[in-house]
Every structure is written in C-alpha cells, then in structure tokens.
Design a binder for this molecule. Sequence first.
Ligand code: ZN
Length: 657
Amino acid sequence: MKSLWDEKKAKNSLGDPLQMRVYTSRLLGQNSDLVLHGGGNTSVKAAVTNLFGETKDVLYVKGSGWDLATIEAAGFAPVKLDVLKKMAELDVLSDTDMVKNQRMAMTDPSAPNPSVEAILHAIIPFKFVDHTHTDAVVTVTNTDNGEERIREIYGDRVLIVPYIMPGFVLAKKVYEMTKGMDWSKVEAIILMSHGVFTFDDDAKVSYENMINIVTESEEYLKKHKAVVRVDKSQVVRENLLDLARIRREVSQLKGSAMLAGLMNDSVAACFSSLLDVASIATRGPLTPDHVIRTKRVPVVLGEDVCQDVQQFAEDYHAYFEKNAVGEMTCLDAAPRWGVWPEHGVVAFGSTFKEVQVIQDVTAHTMEAIQKAEKLGGWQALPEKDIFEIEYWELEQAKLKKAAAPQELQGKVVLVTGAASGIGKACAERLNAQGAVVAALDINPDIENLFSQKEILGMICDVTDEENMKACVEETVHRFGGLDIVVSNAGIFPSSESIVSVKSETWQKSLDINLSSHQVLLKQCIPYLELGVDPAVVIIASKNVPAPGPGASAYSVAKAGLTQLARVAALELGAAGIRVNVVHPNQVFDTAIWTSEVLQSRAKHYGMSVEEYKTNNILKVEISSQDVADLACAMAGPVFSKTTGAQISIDGGNERVI
Ligand SMILES: [Zn+2]
C-alpha cells in the first residue's frame, strides 16, 4: 500500500495539530482498503484555552456521523483528556453512560458526539492516533490460526488484542493490557477481527506506520498466493423478472420499498458461482461494524427466489430469538445483500446511496473471503459477537430517533417525455419524494439533464418498441424493479381543421399521443405486476372532456389514451396496479406550448395571450410543477384506493364541470 503523504500539502497544516489531523485523516479515508463509508477513526491530543485564559488538554476525536475521507476540523469533538483517562479506570460503564459523560466533558457543546473509541484513543500516550479497519490485516486475522499468522508477520512489534466489542469494554481491555507496557517498543495495536491502531507524536510517522503495517499483511497474502482470480469466461445469466420478484419479497419484509442493485460484473458473478458460496458467504461480515449495513449474512438465492428470501427471514428471527437478552426490538428481517449463483450479487437499500454503500462493503467482503479461503480458511466471529453489535444499545437508541422515511422512498419510477415541461417536473418531484427515476426522452440532452444520481436519463424514441423495451429493462437492471409509470410523452400538432389536417400529422399524433402509451404499458406491466404498490399515471388532456375546434388529431389521440387507461384500470386491478388519468389544461411552461402555438390558440378564442393563460374559473395559471404535484400524489399512498379516475387540473372549466 502506497503512502499518499505529500510534503507540499502537509506544509499548509504544519504548526496546527487539528489541521494536520484533518489532513492525514483524509489520506486514510481516501483509501477504501483502509476504511469504508464512515469506518475507522482518528484523534489528536492538543491544548485548548478557554474564555478565562485557562488551558486544558483535550482529545480531538472523530465525531460520529463523519467520514474520514471528507472530514473537516468541525468533525472532531474536543473532549477533556483527564476525564477520558479517568473513565478507563472505571470497572463498569454502560455505553449510553459513556456517550453521555463524554458529551458533558466536551469543551465545545456544538461538536458532534465523540467516537465510541474515544477512551481507547485517550489512553494511547501519543499525540496522533490512527485507527482503520484495513482489509489486508483483518483478512489475515479472520483465518484459522489468524493470531499465529499475525505474530509470524509482525513479531513483537505489535500488541495483539483478542476480539472484544468496541466501546468501553475494549478500551478497558487495552488499558489493562498496556499497564506498565513500554510503548516505545510497540508500533501498532492489532485488534483481531476488527482493525489496527497506529500512533506517534508525529502525524506523518503515525500515518506511515499504518501504511507499513498494512503493506506487510498485503505482502504476506501475496506470498501465500492468497489472491482473487477472476474467470472472465464465467457464465452470467440475467433474469430481470426474478430480480423484481426478489426485490418485492425483500421490500415486504422491510415493510417499505427497497431498491435492488445488481452487481453482475465478472468478479461478482465468479464469487456467486463458487461451489461453496453458500458456506463461505454466510460465515459473517468482514468486520463486525459492517453488520449495521449488511446484516450478519446475505440471502443465498437459488431456483425459488421467493422461498429463499422467506427462509432468510425465518432464519433471521431464529437468530434474534437465540441471541436476544432482555427487552430488545427485533429489527426487520429483510436481507441487505444476496448471492445469486451465475447471476451475481444483489445489494438492497432504501436509497440509492445505501445500495452503493452496501455494494462497496460487499465488494471488499467478497475479496477478503476469497483471500482468507486460500490462506487456510475464512473464519468470521461467532454470531453472538455480531449480534451484540447489531443490537448494541446505542444502535437501538438511534432507531427510536430515526426520521420517518419520505413518501416514495425506495420506489422506482419511469417517466416518458422527461426532458422538459410536465415530464421533467414529474421526474424531479418524484425524486424529491425519495424515488429513483428513469427519465426517458427523445431529446439527447436527457442523458445529462439531471445532476441527481438517482435520476437516470435515457434517450428513447417512444414510437420504437425495441428502444422502449431496452429502456424498461435497463431501468429494472439498474434499480431492481418498477413501481410507478408516468406516461407523459406527447406532441401538440399545430391547429388544423378536419378538412385540412394532413394524414401525416394525424398519424404522428396517434403514434405518439396514443399508440406509444400502449406499447409502454405492454413493456412495463410484467414488472409492475411485481412492483411495490404499483401505479400508472397517464397524462391526458382537458381536450378529452372538452375538445376544441382545430385540434382533432390531438383530442382524438388523447381520448383514445383515456379509454386505454380505463381498460388498463379494469385489467390491472387484480394485480393491484392502479391506473389514473390527469387532464391538465393550459400548462404553458411545456415544450408543446411554443409562443406560436400560444398566440394562435389565443387568437382562435379572440383573447390576448394573458387572458388566455388564466382563462378558467379560478383565474389561475397552471404550471408543470402543479401537474407534477398531482401526479406525485396519484402515484403515492393518498390515491392507494383509487383507480380508473380522471382528475382535471385546469383552474376549473365550465365545460368540464
Ligand atoms: Zn474500529
């Protein structure tokens, strides 16, 4: 492992211990082989002067909720060093009391909660302390004879601490083991199945000690041929319907919609296809703190994926019953990842971000398992130890404080005509409510239109069935299923009377405003049938209940579309799919309302453009955003018992009322 230390950059922080701490913490955080998503922690001991000119020694330690890769000075909590050291002398201390007393000992009340490993940092008698959950060292510890191997690599240069739960008990254990120890002879502390501590009065030495320790384990693994070989010829099957089925089962267990992120690159496909994958993947996580994100084990999927997910839940409940003590709340029984032989690995999360985090953790875990297998056999901690972390009092307390999820969190939406107007507003609105969105449009700008990672822009010609099919499949592949379709793509042909309308104009309107919606439904229905509270919202027009002269090609197509929606509501109700129709009128911030069209329609009615815009009972102007709000509500729980409805959003129209 390479040191990322850069003399020039480090110079900026010289003389400021906290800034130097920020600098080397970020060096550690940048390397995913050292820490992953919020893992690891660092500290620096420094003196602070208060309002009265009194100086106090404090430990600046990483605050919970901060990530080493991006941490700032504000991410470190200053805790009085003497208080932390005194805590190490206590015989017992609950983690809840530890957190409370650490907060009371902070010199800045607005700082975040100190890391649960603060006491351990405090008792290490050096200015800088670095702690990571490095893959290489933990891989070696998680094997048969792990401790012997660590001794073989490092000799007496490290203190080896058997696995013990992080928090007060771990700090206490290290406190006792190091009483009277000559620290100058120890380069690092290696915590079995957990990670590494390095330390020094010099930030660079402490950081580079970490890199050196890790490098030695990496070299040991290489020397023992503990490397992952990827067979590029591995068969990779794809079964999108089964993927949607798995996602639905997992969502039901979770009690809310979850996304399923399929990893089917050759690394994941090879791992999933190992003959003993069901055994090696289910021994436990790489380091215990991963359990919070991944649960202890993945679901192993086979022929009957629904049955496999149910079996996982049964096993999870049994694991809870077996290990629970006192009054504990059982967490949901939904798996967070799965191994699916010949298909790859699937990560489940309520948000796109969560899926990505689990995919990262899984990628590192798969690698460590395979290396450890080659080094005498992968061993994880006993389930009791993992359970202790999963049901840690601090984690249980967090659950009680957790904010309510957004209305459409974990939902997968597909919107057509999403590059502008109503479609764009719907994509953004649905995403703001927590959904991930496939945004389709014929306009190539769609690919780069949205900055949100959760909105996948795809070029799609809705009149090309193959193109549409590919986009629907890509949506399911990316997010794991499909729950909501906003069928919006449309055109508004220029005003022509029946006698003069060209046959091409007529046909084009029917193709885009009517037939394309049928094709979209046809492609989406098999996935919607496997969706979570699935719903279709059809964007029709006020021209359906109240047509105007000069717009036959448009009105006829939209009337047909409305009829299609009514039949769809009848056909799809048995599968729980709701189909509702929105009739917008006079939404002028859309692509079809060019100023030309606007002027010609206004003229047609003998009005000024301004009069025409608010020509309704409420005298209000209707925006794309207003329609998107309605579509969003129709896709959500408020409309969960409504299907086949047609709702106008037009400011009130005498002819419709
Ligand atoms: Zn740790």
